[in-house]
Design a protein around this ligand. Structure first.
Ligand SMILES: [Zn+2]
Length: 167
């Protein structure tokens, strides 16, 4: 089950709809879950929730079942500046994506809007517009291999699709 499928099932069951901004937030946050665990999240939410669930409730279920943990841990990360255009040496790339519904395809799509080093001033001061969310990735350069970066964080892909279907 994908995150989008999970949200669709919640809407169907509870007879209410998420706003686009709520959907975007779910898509951004729930990447921490393994898709194989989402059916369990769905079934558990039906037992504990009387209305369309918020992210906090989904995370509470995830913690109770031990579905999130190691990947969410943060360790102190030291780094030296480099000339890398993506991460500037910190090994972490932060990207901003925008969610929109493609009427022609009848599917949710996401579009890459900005890329910047994770702890840059630009990233810290960024204000999300409605439907936008951020993602962190390990850079393709050597800095992305640093042992202090959590391994659950995905690599920034070499051939990134700037517009893609949301799963
Ligand atoms: Zn880099």
């Amino acid at each position: 089950m994908t995150v989008i499928e999970l949200l669709d099932k919640f809407e169907e069951y509870f007879g209410k709809e998420y706003t686009d901004a709520q959907r975007a937030a779910f898509v951004a946050k729930l990447t921490i879950f393994d898709e194989r665990d989402l059916p369990r999240v769905y079934s558990e939410i039906l037992e504990v929730s009387k209305r369309l669930p918020f992210i906090a409730e989904v995370f509470a279920v995830g913690r109770a079942w031990g579905l999130i943990g190691a990947a969410a841990e943060e360790r102190v990360h030291h780094w030296e500046p480099t000339t890398c255009k993506l991460c500037a040496g910190e090994g972490r790339v932060w990207s901003v994506w925008g969610l929109s519904f493609d009427d022609a395809r009848g599917r949710w799509m996401e579009r890459l809007e900005h890329v910047m080093p994770y702890s840059s001033a630009e990233a810290r001061n960024y204000h999300f517009l409605d439907g936008e969310y951020g993602r962190v990735a390990r850079c393709r350069c050597e800095a992305g291999d640093a042992p202090t970066l959590p391994h659950g964080v995905p690599r920034w892909p070499e051939n990134l699709e700037p517009v893609r279907l949301v799963r």
